[in-house]
Design a protein around this ligand. Structure first.
Ligand SMILES: [Fe+2]
Length: 445
């Protein structure tokens, strides 16, 4: 429980600006969808699009409305209906119909009223419930990052919507061309690395980022670049989707039961392959990162005689200073804040760029493209660090997924907000979920 204090604290204006910016991100996404398509379900394992219009607002309301401002619900039924997304484990896909959901204008009306009520109180610049400053900052950061995560997962979802059901925005990054990628591996000597985030009164982190701890990582070699479409095509052309011995047992069952024969972002066109971009289908960009599920990444690794990195190996390749002590960088490239010269992230593009587009973003060891341009699967099941405590106001955020059926991903995609590029941020998905902007690189030990 958050303890009410007798004094009022100022609502930080920088967080209000960030909340406004995050709202703009999710608003823009819903505006990409033609209004007659808002009841579509582009990903079978997820809700229909209309749910998310209500969800991103209901989440803020359920988090802040009563707890911070003492406000009473004006629509308890919608507060519950739009409270939580879904991630079915082991089948059990949702089977609701469009008619099971409220009309668009009701959902938009509910969303608008929440913003109006919350903003009326946030703009008064004080928290009447008298939370201390740290608690209020934490809650606002949770609201902002939750919404920004949805800005990314909604992009995956709308990616799967047929092209004629969405409208491309007029702006976008211009196409980047590079020298052909020359894959190589980089030796990483044995040494320490810190995982997690130090508890402090200033930095925000989610529950699963705590506690910080240092681990010793034995020597290994890692791909300088993420695996490209060119490399993955070679794997596919070797008949790998028909070779049972390359696949983890549950991965083989999954591809055979679902007729998975190529990455979901690829489409066969005669004798060649297209990349299914967000707004366009284009010839497969051979030097861009392939996006695949964990099971496909594992099978590639076995075919190549390599493996996926552990979370600790990935972290060390990305953040160690390379001088043998435990110090590390804030970002792979150093301590400068993320900017558009350092990687494909923070909404700068809709689709991946060649994996060698941003040499200024390389780590101390020379490993490239670690932040942005596609998350990277690790071999580490998502589990708590020692000292983990769930947020009392959102107990299930991480704990609901400590089931051995989700794997840690590190890095970020083109649609990952800059604030979530911090070194301690952890993402996780099920091994057969194909829709994430996620690729991988391999290690040898
Ligand atoms: Fe959510």
């Amino acid at each position: 429980m958050l303890v009410a204090q007798n004094h009022e604290v100022t609502v930080p204006q920088d967080l209000l600006l960030r909340l406004a910016d995050a709202r703009q991100r999710t608003d823009e996404l819903f505006h990409l969808v033609k209004s007659d398509s808002l009841y579509e379900r582009p990903i079978p394992e997820r809700h229909r699009i209309i749910f998310y219009i209500g969800h991103v607002e209901a989440f803020d309301w359920n988090l802040l409305g009563n707890r911070v401002f003492g406000l009473k619900s004006f629509h308890p039924e919608f507060d519950r209906l739009f409270a939580f997304g879904i991630d079915p484990v082991g089948g059990g896909l949702p089977d609701d119909k469009p008619a099971d959901w409220p009309a668009q204008d009701q959902v938009y009306g509910y969303a608008a009223k929440i913003r109006q009520l919350l903003d009326g109180h946030l703009r008064k610049e004080t928290s009447p419930a008298g939370l201390d400053e740290f608690s209020l900052n934490t809650l606002l950061n949770v609201a902002i990052e939750h919404r920004l995560m949805h800005a990314e997962t909604l992009a995956y979802m709308l990616h799967q919507l047929p092209l004629d059901r969405k409208m491309a925005p007029s702006t976008g990054r211009s196409v980047i061309t590079t020298e052909p990628v020359r894959p190589r591996m980089i030796e990483i000597p044995a040494g320490p690395i810190t995982l997690g985030l130090e508890r402090s009164r200033t930095a925000f982190g989610w529950d699963n980022e705590y506690d910080a701890h240092t681990v010793d990582v034995p020597a290994f070699a890692i791909d300088q670049y993420k695996v490209t479409n060119r490399q993955y095509l070679e794997f596919l052309q070797a008949g790998s989707y028909q070779s049972k011995d390359l696949w983890p047992a549950d991965g083989w069952n999954w591809i055979t039961a679902n007729n998975v024969s190529h990455p979901i972002f690829w489409k066969r066109s005669g004798d060649s392959w297209l990349y299914r971009g967000m707004f366009d289908e284009v010839p497969l960009p051979l030097d861009a990162s392939v996006y695949v599920s964990h099971a496909e990444a594992k099978a590639y690794g076995r075919w190549a005689g390599k493996d996926l990195p552990t979370e600790a190996e990935w972290q060390r390749a990305a953040y160690a200073t390379g001088d043998g002590n435990a110090s590390q960088r804030a970002y792979p490239w150093g301590n400068a804040a993320p900017n558009e010269r350092l990687g494909n992230f923070d909404f700068s593009a809709w689709d991946p760029t060649p994996v060698n587009s941003f040499p200024d973003g390389n780590s101390a060891f020379g490993v490239a493209d670690l932040l942005g341009n596609g998350w990277e699967w690790t071999s580490t099941p998502f589990a708590p660090f020692a000292g983990f405590e769930p947020f009392p106001f959102y107990r299930g955020y991480s704990a609901d997924f400590f089931d051995g059926k989700h794997f840690v991903m590190k890095g970020g995609s083109a649609r990952t907000a800059a604030c979530m590029l911090r070194s301690s941020f952890r993402n996780w998905f099920q091994p057969h979920y194909q829709y994430v902007y996620a690729g991988f690189r391999c290690v040898s030990r």
